[in-house]
Design a protein around this ligand. Structure first.
Ligand SMILES: Cc1cc2nc3c(=O)[nH]c(=O)nc-3n(C[C@H](O)[C@H](O)[C@H](O)COP(=O)(O)OP(=O)(O)OC[C@H]3O[C@@H](n4cnc5c(N)ncnc54)[C@H](O)[C@@H]3O)c2cc1C
Length: 472
């Protein structure tokens, strides 16, 4: 796919190392590169979020799991996050109730057998601020804010920046290597694909999302259990809530964008919004007295999977994070995937110190199957979260999976756990999960309770599975 037949070069040998995008992935990539001893210039289109509030109603917190943690630990940064993390030990499922009935108590579905199997709710901007501070602390990374990359010229090896509103005189910046970390709507990706003849396919979901906030309790503290990911599954749509250390919760409503009922389109008046929330989420409404005002104040965001082939232009450019592989958020993995990609790319550059072009091409070959696998699993997980978690067939299969994991810990692991609590390759997770699902389906056929499972058959079927890989 690379169009540049050039002689092998080390990073930084023929010009500056430039990172476009100073989000989670761009700042983390800059840190890995600085650890290798490179001077790095990061260009970020938005103002410095440590000085200006730029969240404005959009995805305020994220789930951080093993893959992101591994990258942060590698850089010695995970410990710095202690004050901005809230651990979550499972899903707190808020069941549907018949119209007019009282809401029943939510139920915790622990994520794993091990009490240490937790994921963390983390504020996107607090995390980004810590990463930017760490970048500046290296003395090797310079972050330029309000610099929006409009174009890249791979002949001249320059990138053109203005400010976001195009008010600034265009500024040409020379680069030896460009790291495109400018997110799902990446301009660097467009330039890279124009140069290498690659392709990018965007599958937009028919569902969108909006964010709301449950305030902290009067006088401080939380209005719900903080150490769980709350979910109100309602088949075609769902509400989720993640706690913030300040006591409030970030809530996200995912639902179809269009349609006569239960869609963003249909919720066009305050009375319709109020009726919808009272009917669907009766235990949520008392927690958020201004739900309708919030609903209309916040935008509806789009969700898409973007599959790209051609992440590199020889040793001149490479795409990392959402710019290379944007996925839907239902497995809480987009950022974790991006951080793990940075870690892999760092390793490959170090393994091929004199040939960055080789490192970049190995990176795409290695990473693309994993990015595609988690893209599919993230789509599957939407169905699991919004409907399966209350389906009796799913619940018995889940119980069985946990029991098999207990009995055969070297052979069986729930897919969710393999994605969230290990760094096993995503493609391997998907393959194992497919095999396991076939076994679970056989063993739960006609079964309503765990005591009815044929354990001899279980043992036989599980013996065909290969042992779980050791962590990488
Ligand atoms: C609702 C929602 C919930 C999510 N929840 C989770 C979760 O729980 N866990 C998880 O792991 N992931 C989650 N994700 C995914 C996660 O947000 C992304 O995968 C992650 O933020 C990608 O990081 P990034 O740095 O690649 O891109 P971004 O975070 O988009 O950062 C790109 C940066 O580049 C800048 N930029 C853009 N264009 C230019 C340009 N032309 N020039 C210069 N700078 C530019 C942007 O301002 C931005 O700072 C969620 C996503 C959504 C939408």
């Amino acid at each position: 796919m690379n169009s540049q037949p050039s002689s092998p070069l080390a990073l930084g040998e023929d010009g500056p190392v430039v990172v476009v995008g100073g989000g989670q992935v761009g700042s983390l990539m800059a840190l890995f590169l600085a650890r290798q001893g490179h001077r790095v210039s990061v260009y970020e289109s938005r103002p410095d979020l440590r000085r200006v509030d730029i969240d404005a109603g959009r995805s305020i917190n994220l789930a951080l799991a093993a893959r992101g943690i591994a990258a942060l630990t590698d850089l010695g940064l995970f410990g710095d996050l202690a004050n901005i993390l809230v651990p979550m030990a499972g899903r707190m499922v808020h069941p549907d109730v018949p119209s007019g009935a009282k809401a029943s108590a939510p139920e915790l579905q622990p994520y794993g057998l091990d009490p240490d199997d937790v994921i963390y709710s983390v504020s996107r901007s607090d995390l980004n601020a810590i990463l930017l501070d760490a970048c500046e602390a290296t003395g090797l990374v310079t972050v330029h804010f309000d610099r929006y990359c409009r174009e890249v010229d791979f002949e001249a090896k320059t990138a053109t920046f203005t400010d976001y509103d195009d008010a600034l005189e265009p500024q040409e910046v020379s680069f030896g290597t460009l790291f495109g970390c400018d997110g799902a709507d990446s301009n660097v990706r467009r330039a890279v694909l124009a140069a290498n003849g690659g392709t990018s396919v965007e599958d937009e979901l028919e569902h969108g999302y909006t964010e709301l906030t449950i305030p902290a309790a009067p006088g401080g503290g939380f209005l719900m259990e903080p150490e769980a990911l709350h979910v109100w599954p309602r088949n075609e749509f769902m509400l989720i809530a993640l706690a913030n250390p300040e006591g409030n919760f970030t809530v996200t409503l995912f639902m179809p964008k269009r349609g006569a009922v239960d869609s963003f389109e249909s919720l066009d008046r305050p009375e319709a919004v109020m009726q919808f929330f009272e009917r669907q989420f009766p235990d949520f409404v008392p927690l958020v007295p201004d739900v309708t005002e919030q609903f209309f104040a916040n935008p509806v965001g789009d969700l898409a999977t973007i599959r790209t082939e051609g992440w590199t232009v020889g040793g001149d450019a490479v795409l990392v994070g959402d710019a290379a592989h944007a996925i839907v958020p239902f497995h809480g993995q987009g950022m974790n995937l991006g951080m793990e990609s940075c870690r892999l790319l760092d390793r490959l550059i170090r393994q091929h110190p004199d040939d960055r072009s080789l490192a970049f091409s190995k990176y795409e070959i290695d990473r693309k199957p994993d990015a595609d696998a988690i893209a599919d699993m993230a789509l599957d997980n939407y169905v699991e979260m919004r409907s399966s978690v209350v389906d009796p067939e799913y619940l018995i299969r889940r119980e069985l999976a946990l029991e098999l994991e207990r009995r055969f810990p070297s052979k069986v692991a729930a897919r969710y756990g393999m994605v969230m609590f290990t760094t096993m390759r995503y493609a391997e997770v998907r393959k194992r999960a497919q095999r396991q699902n076939a076994i679970f389906a056989t063993l739960t056929d006609g079964v309503t309770e765990l005591s009815q499972v044929d354990w001899e058959l279980a043992s036989e079927l599980v013996s065909d599975l290969s042992p779980l890989p050791t962590p990488i």
